[in-house]
Ligand binder design. Structure first.
Ligand SMILES: Nc1nc(=O)c2c([nH]1)NC[C@@H]1CN(c3ccc(C(=O)N[C@@H](CCC(=O)O)C(=O)O)cc3)CN21
Ligand SMILES: CC(C)C(=O)C(=O)O
Ligand SMILES: [Mg+2]
Length: 289
């Protein structure tokens, strides 16, 4: 694809109903996501943590934007997602909703906001829906989060499930590939079916072997969204700062870097600093008399 062609989502040929490249400008819903699985469409999802970045992705045609608790690492400067609070999730989710017109915005329930039980989960999910305006929430865990998923769905809140590596459990699980043994593979399949039966509209599969992710994808009627789960899932998600090359330090091997924002932004900051110290900025055109 030429650079020119890459600047706009492909409206022609993609079909009016496509999630990516579709011509509809109304806000997408979980019904649009369900219809994409029936068509066999593969679709992209990115995280965002602020209005401006979210507006760029919305204009690029990204149909689903996740306000991930990865904001802990990628926006708030923590080492893990564990410290992220409901206040942080609510404020930043509201910003992402304000920055978007078309994308379905999904908000992560952070660690400690749903583990106490379904009533706590409903209280906090309701906050993301009412105060931030998200169209769906995501929570980690299959069978262990079943009562939460069922109550939220009953209450009218669409739930995205998150299986495989669940980073909120880093202190017990680490950041290892999940589902490698036969027993763990069966557990993942059971968790995915349990999430679907409880009414989840989609399942994230993080850091699982590609063959297993493909098998889960074939055995569910709801879409699977992979991250480090191979090419056989219905959708793919990446953390936006990894995808755009803004994250400093080591990034997971499953990430593909489509830009080098860290270098671009550093260059801009250094050029500004040079101009100020050398007296080249501000020039006459930036000056009022
Ligand atoms: N910047 C960023 N990107 C992410 O994808 C991400 C976050 N932060 N924070 C929350 C979780 C944590 N995630 C992680 C973190 C580390 C690995 C990691 O080190 N994986 C090893 C593979 C380990 C193995 O082979 O078992 C790797 O080399 O990719 C993976 C996912 C994914 N999420
Ligand atoms: C990586 C995705 C699935 C996530 O949960 C997050 O960004 O918090
Ligand atoms: Mg998350």
């Amino acid at each position: 694809m030429t650079l020119q062609a890459a600047q706009k989502p492909p409206a022609a040929g993609a079909g009016t109903k496509s999630l990516y490249g579709g011509t509809s400008t109304r806000r997408l819903t979980v019904h649009d996501i369900a219809a994409a699985k029936a068509r066999g469409e593969k679709w992209p999802m990115l995280t965002a943590y602020d209005a401006m970045t979210a507006s760029v992705f919305d204009e690029a045609g990204i149909p689903v934007i996740l306000v991930g608790d990865s904001m802990g690492n990628c926006h708030l400067g923590y080492d893990t997602t564990v410290p992220v609070t409901m206040d942080e999730m609510t404020f930043l989710s509201a910003a992402v909703v304000r920055g978007t017109k078309r994308a379905l915005v999904v908000g992560d329930l952070p660690f400690g906001s749903y583990q106490e039980g379904p009533v706590q989960a409903l209280r906090n999910a309701t906050r993301l829906v009412k105060d931030a305006g998200v169209g769906a929430i995501k929570l980690e865990g299959g069978e262990r989060s079943l009562p939460q998923t069922e109550l939220l769905v009953q209450a009218g809140i669409p739930v995205m499930s998150h299986l495989g590596l669940t980073p909120q459990s880093v202190n017990t699980m680490g950041y290892r590939v999940q589902g490698r043994s036969d027993e763990a593979a069966h557990r993942l399949l059971r968790d995915a079916k349990a999430a679907q039966d409880a009414g989840a509209f989609a399942v994230v599969l993080e850091l699982v072997p590609a063959e297993l992710a493909a098998e889960v994808t074939r055995s569910l009627h709801i879409p699977t969204i992979g991250i480090g789960a191979g090419a056989g899932t219905d959708a793919q998600v990446l953390v936006w700062t990894d995808m755009a090359g803004l994250t400093g330090g080591k990034v997971p091997r499953f990430t593909k870097q489509y830009a080098n924002l860290r270098e671009t932004l550093g260059d801009a900051a250094r050029a500004f600093a040079e101009d100020v110290s050398g007296g080249a900025f501000p020039a006459e055109e930036h000056t009022f008399h």
